[in-house]
Structures are given as structure tokens and as C-alpha cells.
Write a protein that binds this ligand. Structure first.
Ligand code: URP
Ligand code: ZN
Ligand code: ZN
Ligand code: ZN
Length: 472
């Protein structure tokens, strides 16, 4: 039904202003002061910010990894995302060498179709480039609307691709109009350092960080950026964790190479010392790349502020502490990598970033939504508040103070990476295409209501919306 959001302060990546928003047929039909109600349901946003729904460009839901499967699936993961103010996710579809890409994509459709409560798209992992992959890629783009490819430079003997594969992927992406994403760490060097540590009897979680030094993240980032320059292609570096990698991205950008960088909340507020927590608790904080020395946090915040890094993803990849992270007791290399972040991404950015003066309110919207929509072919259907676009909207109370805890979060895992952290701000009501998903902090959405998003090619805007805007 029709809705009108009244009394809120609308915040986009560029503007902050008081206005009402009229919603009809799932899209924003009018923005203005004192809009007539015309039989619409009135949603009061007094004292709240009204943001475009968050877009999380980096999730791993129901993903087999590290000898187990991530705990949150497209049901719990998207519900938790919505509680946190995220209305769109782009999840990584893993592929298997020698198998058709289409088969992998169908597996991901089957995981998500009847579960997702918010809209979603897929990135596609490229593990090899050969005749059959090259033959399939045009239909991946044209038919599936998957316009971003992911290459892992780490996880040797599991997901890692070689330099030839990365180079060929960049060439193909340039030709076809896709964005290449990299997990930038030197997997071969890590493999050496891990084996050496274990042979010396160093098995504790902290060795996860010590065997993946920042230099090898910087090295892989620079290598991928160099290939991007040589192929005149486009690159998006996921989960940038440290000063070394951020500097390599800045250096490439200064040469005109089209490289974008994403960081994650965990790297902005947690540090390497968490891996030293007693009783194996350090395992909760095992990510790749690892948490870094604390001083890196300022570098990452400043990079977001000055635009050297452009986005914040969650890298949601959750495993229970008991029963999953456990797999690495006595051998840090067997701890499943990743953590539960999807629900807290927006709040941490708001509370630690905006409230502490590290980024502006409009930058907050840009790095958590607008820029992501632009890079991944969803803009302006997603990522902004404007007439003609999807009514994906978050009504956010910036005054609520609360404490993050696994007791109250909605992710399926048995711990929170931010347990006990005091934050300011919380989404109160969240709409996806004009329908309530969260209403007054209660989940009221429907399983399967989320739509699969076919995305536009890199650098192009979303065609459906272009045609919608023309008609209005
Ligand atoms: O530790 C991490 N980041 N786990 C998720 C997989 C990946 O590398 O993004
Ligand atoms: Zn309705
Ligand atoms: Zn990764
Ligand atoms: Zn990831």
C-alpha cells in the first residue's frame, strides 16, 4: 500500500534536508515538504535520519569454507542485515574448476530464492580462465546480470588462482564490462610461513596474524593494480586491512589506474591483540587478511574520509565459536576464517565514524550504500533517495545508546565480534521496495520476498530505472 514518511531528515551521499517521502508501488513517487497524505499510511520519522537502504557488497552466506559451512544462510543472514539497516547484499558465488559456471550460479540461486528477505545479487568467483569459461562469461553478464568477478590471490590449494588467471580475468572483464574483485594476499608466501610456524610448534590463533604480514597484502594489492594498469581494466580490492595495502591503492589511483578499495568494520575498530585472548577466544577474531596493529585503524578511517578507500563491506562469513572455530584448536591454520558482521556494519560506521567525527553523515551514506550501488551496477535503482527509485529506506534513530551483544543480535552465531561495545544509533524501521521488513525494531518481512538483482555492466546505470525515470 501507499506510504508517506513524514518529519524525518533525509540524508543522501550529497545532501541533508527535511522532507516527506511518498511511496507508491514500491518506488519513491514524490519528495517534498508537507506532502498530502492521499490515503497513504503515515510513517513518522520524527527525530530520525532517513537513509537510503544500506548495500553490503561483500557477504558469504551458506558458503562451504574451511571444512565447514558458514552459519548464517540467506534467511538468518538477510534478516540480520535488515535489522542492521542493509536492504541489499551482493554475495559471493563460489565456482569449482572444470564445472560450468552456470551450475555454480544455480546452486546460489537455490540457496537464496526462498529465503532472502531483502534484495540480493551475486559476484562470481573465477578460479580458472579457459575456453569454456570464456564462452560462458558473456551469458553470465547478459543473462544473469552478474557484472563482477572475484579472484582469490590467497587460500593456496583451495580457492587461490594464479597470476595468469587474474590477468586473463582482467582482460575479459575489460572487454565484457565487469569489475574484477581481488582478495589480495600472497597465498604462496602465506603457505610457507604457516608451514614454518606449525613446524616450530606455534599453533595458537595469534600465529594466524603473524603468518600473514601486512607486506604480503601490500605486495598482492600492488601486483593486482599493476595488472589492472597493463590491461587498462578495473579492479576492486576487497577487505583492505592495513596501511600497506591502502598506500598501494592510493599509488595506483594517482597514476590513473582504476582501482577501488573496500575496508570492513572489523579492521576499523578491532586489532591484532584480540587474537591473543585466552582460552582459544582469539579464534573468534580470525579473518584473512588478519586484524592489524591498532595504528592502522586511523589510516583506514582517513582513507575513507579522503576517498582513497571508497566502500565498507561486512565480509559476513560467520562460524560458531563452539563447534566451528573449534576446528582449529591445536592448529591455527584450521580455524575457519571469518566473522559475523552483517548486522553491525552500518551502526559501527555511524557510531564510530560519524559520531566520533571521522567521516561526515553524507560520507557514511556514500561508503555504505551509494558508491557501492554505482560500482556494482545498481545505481540509481538502489543507493539513493530520489523520485523513481526503489523505496529501500532506513529510518535511523541517531540518539539510541545500546550495547552490542550476541544475546540480542539476530545472526545465527553464538558470539559477537563486538561483544560489549557501546554504540550510538539504531535502525528503527526498514523498508524494502516500500514494504516493511523491520517495523519499530521488529522483523515483519517475508522469507523469499527479496528479489534477485540483475546488475548493469561496470560504469553503466541500471537500465530498469532509467526507463522508469523516463516514463515519469
Ligand atoms: O576471513 C575471511 N575474510 N573470510 C571470508 C572469506 C574471504 O576471504 O573473504
Ligand atoms: Zn504494501
Ligand atoms: Zn577474502
Ligand atoms: Zn570475503
Amino acid at each position: 500500500m501507499k506510504k508517506v514518511i513524514k518529519n524525518g531528515t533525509i540524508v543522501t551521499a550529497t545532501d541533508t534536508f527535511q522532507a516527506d517521502i511518498f511511496i507508491e508501488n514500491g518506488v519513491i513517487s514524490q519528495i517534498g515538504e508537507n506532502l498530502a497524505v492521499r490515503g497513504a499510511e503515515v510513517v513518522d520519522a520524527k527525530g530520525c535520519y532517513v537513509f537510503p537502504g544500506g548495500i553490503d557488497p561483500h557477504t558469504h552466506l551458506e558458503m562451504p569454507f574451511g571444512g565447514t559451512v558458514t552459519k548464517d544462510d540467506f534467511e538468518t543472514g538477510t534478516i540480520a542485515a535488515a535489522f542492521g539497516g542493509t536492504t541489499t547484499i551482493i554475495d559471493f558465488c563460489l565456482t569449482n574448476k572444470g564445472e560450468p559456471l552456470k551450475d555454480a550460479i544455480n546452486v546460489w540461486h537455490a540457496k537464496s530464492r526462498e529465503k532472502a528477505v531483502i534484495d540480493y545479487g551475486f559476484h562470481l568467483m573465477i578460479g580458472e580462465v579457459n575456453e569454456s569459461v570464456l564462452n560462458e562469461l558473456p551469458s553470465v553478464i547478459e543473462e544473469e546480470g552478474i557484472t563482477s568477478f572475484k579472484v582469490f590471490m590467497a587460500y593456496k590449494n583451495v580457492l587461490q588462482a594464479d597470476d595468469e588467471t587474474l590477468f586473463n580475468t582482467l582482460v575479459a572483464a575489460k572487454e565484457l564490462g565487469a569489475l574484477v574483485m581481488v582478495h589480495a594476499e600472497n597465498g604462496d608466501v602465506i603457505d610457507y610461513l604457516v608451514k614454518k610456524a606449525l613446524s616450530e610448534g606455534n599453533t595458537e590463533p595469534i600465529y594466524h596474524a603473524l603468518t600473514r604480514p601486512p607486506e604480503i597484502e601490500g605486495e598482492a594489492t600492488a601486483r593486482a593494480a599493476t595488472f589492472t594498469g597493463l590491461t587498462n581494466s578495473q579492479l576492486y580490492v576487497v577487505h583492505v586491512s592495513c596501511a600497506e595495502a591502502a598506500a598501494k591503492i592510493a599509488e595506483a589511483r594517482s597514476k590513473g589506474i582504476e582501482v577501488w578499495g573496500e575496508t570492513c568494520p572489523q579492521y576499523l575498530v578491532l586489532d591484532q591483540s584480540y587474537l591473543e585472548k585466552p582460552d582459544f577466544e582469539g579464534a573468534k577474531y580470525v579473518w584473512s587478511p588478519p586484524l592489524r596493529e591498532k595504528w592502522n585503524q586511523d589510516v583506514l578511517w582517513n582513507a575513507l574520509k579522503t576517498g582513497q578507500l571508497q566502500t565498507v563491506g561486512s565480509d559476513q562469513c560467520s562460524f560458531d565459536f563452539k563447534g566451528q572455530k573449534d576446528l582449529g584448536k591445536g592448529d591455527f591454520s584450521k580455524i575457519p576464517n571469518g566473522g559475523p558482521i552483517i548486522e553491525d556494519r552500518m551502526t559501527i560506521l555511524f557510531s564510530e565514524g560519524v559520531m566520533k567525527g571521522k567521516i561526515s553523515l553524507n560520507q557514511f551514506v556514500d561508503v555504505t550504500s551509494t558508491r557501492i550501488a554505482k560500482l556494482f551496477g545498481l545505481y540509481p535503482k538502489k543507493g539513493t533517495i530520489a523520485v523513481g527509485v526503489d523505496a529501500d529506506i532506513v529510518i535511523f534513530d541517531p540518539t539510541v545508546e545500546r550495547t552490542i551483544s550476541a544475546e540480542t543480535h539476530h545472526m545465527a552465531v553464538d558470539y559477537s565480534a563486538f561483544e560489549g561495545m557501546k554504540v550510538t544509533g539504531e535502525p528503527v524501521t526498514v523498508l524494502s521496495r516500500g514494504e516493511f521488513v523491520i517495523r519499530d525494531k521488529q522483523f515483519v518481512g517475508k522469507l523469499g520476498a527479496g528479489q534477485y538483482l540483475k546488475r548493469a555492466k561496470y560504469g553503466k546505470s541500471y537500465e530498469t530505472v532509467e526507463s522508469k525515470i523516463v516514463k515519469m
